[in-house]
Design a protein around this ligand. Structure first.
Ligand code: 13P
Ligand code: SF4
Length: 353
């Protein structure tokens, strides 16, 4: 079947995005989307798009969209030759870890993440030496080297389930300080942030059920404050506030709902509040609004993740044309990282996940 025409892509985008993207841009993007979709078929590629992709891209080229967990599951199962990952590098690396025989491409070379940059494999080795026998849970927002040092990975949608699945009452949870604090609260644990001892076993006795954390943060979600929520509630007392668990525990506590990007999307779709405020990357609000025009989304967020923002349709087209940028993970690291990612994927999701 021939890919649908640029005109029909334009008509579809116009219907969804006329309030969000200027018409001239929609025309331009439709032409690019047509060429991407044609090439995608020719090259037997699949395009995965994270929920934070800008609206024109989000609604025209991905075969699948979703949060980190959903996209990992799809990347592990695809029968296509090429996976083009419209998301940040740790996501593309996770796809390569799960599908080593596939060519994995990321459209922008940089597209990093402040959390992935916030911890090294050597840091994890030191923590393991300091707290021998304590299982290490790492957020997928980490490099393959860090995953390779871990017992199990987690995402924002399954972090609590992953921690609860472990036999140990004490866990090392890395590297997001805020996600660790939120998970500790939900699992009835308290959190400690040890200073590194150069790999010497810790001398302090661990209190009851601690989560051993690390102080990296998401540079986007750390910007939201309780004051923001109070100000909005004063103006719109009936607003339903949703926050990502990378926000501070105080912000999460002041919100009405907290969950992964897809869990937030579902919550908006399945509830009937007069208006919604999302405390997360701002493209997602536009994407929800486009799919649910009857929902009243407060468009007060202007915080764009600079790394997600690196992924453009122009670069995605070039990625397919030039087979760039190829994401590789050394095999010795990949097999160890695979164990941690696969162990996470084997945890059966609850119906609500
Ligand atoms: P999700 O897994 O919730 O999509 O989050 C990924 C991310 O990077 C959020 O900042
Ligand atoms: Fe990383 Fe934050 Fe950007 Fe997500 S929003 S990719 S956690 S910097």
């Amino acid at each position: 079947m021939a890919p649908i025409s640029a005109e029909s892509i334009y008509q579809d985008l116009k219907l969804k995005l006329h309030d969000v993207v200027p018409d001239v841009e929609l025309r331009l993007k439709s032409d690019i989307a047509y060429e991407i979709n044609r090439l995608k078929k020719e090259r037997n590629a699949v395009i995965l798009g994270h929920n934070y992709m800008e609206p024109a891209l989000f609604y025209s080229i991905p075969d699948y969209v979703g949060d980190s967990l959903e996209l990992s599951r799809i990347a592990g199962k695809t029968d296509k030759d090429i996976i083009v990952f419209c998301g940040v590098r740790f996501m593309a690396e996770t796809a390569k870890i799960l599908s080593p025989q596939k060519t994995v491409l990321i459209p922008a070379k940089k597209a990093g993440c402040s959390l992935a940059d916030g911890i090294t494999a050597e840091d994890v080795r030191q923590l393991k030496a300091q707290f021998p026998g304590v299982p290490v849970v790492t957020y997928v927002n980490t490099t393959a080297e860090v995953k390779a040092e871990s017992d199990i990975c987690c995402t924002s949608s399954n972090a609590v389930a992953v921690v609860q699945s472990l036999k140990s009452e004490t866990v090392i949870f890395l590297p997001d300080e805020y996600l660790a604090r939120n998970v500790a609260r939900e699992t009835g644990r308290h959190i400690i942030f040890p200073s590194l001892t150069g790999g010497q076993p810790a001398t302090d006795t661990l209190l009851d059920k601690p989560v051993i954390g690390w102080k990296a943060r998401c540079e986007v979600h750390e910007k939201f404050s309780v004051q923001d929520i109070q100000d909005i509630r004063k103006q719109f007392p009936d607003v339903l506030v949703l926050s990502h668990p990378e926000c501070s525990p105080e912000v999460v506590a002041a919100s009405d709902f907290s969950g992964s990007t897809t869990q937030m999307i579902r919550h908006v779709q399945q509830t009937h509040a007069p208006r919604y405020l999302l405390l997360t990357e701002c493209s997602m609000g536009d994407n929800i609004m486009a799919a649910n025009p009857e929902k009243n989304m407060l468009r007060l967020c202007s915080i764009r993740c600079p790394h997600m923002n690196e992924i453009t349709m122009e670069d995605t087209l070039e990625a397919l044309q030039k087979t760039q940028y190829v994401v590789d993970v050394p095999e010795e690291i990949r097999v160890r990282a695979y164990r941690a990612v696969e162990r996470m994927l084997s945890i059966i999701p609850k119906a609500s996940d």
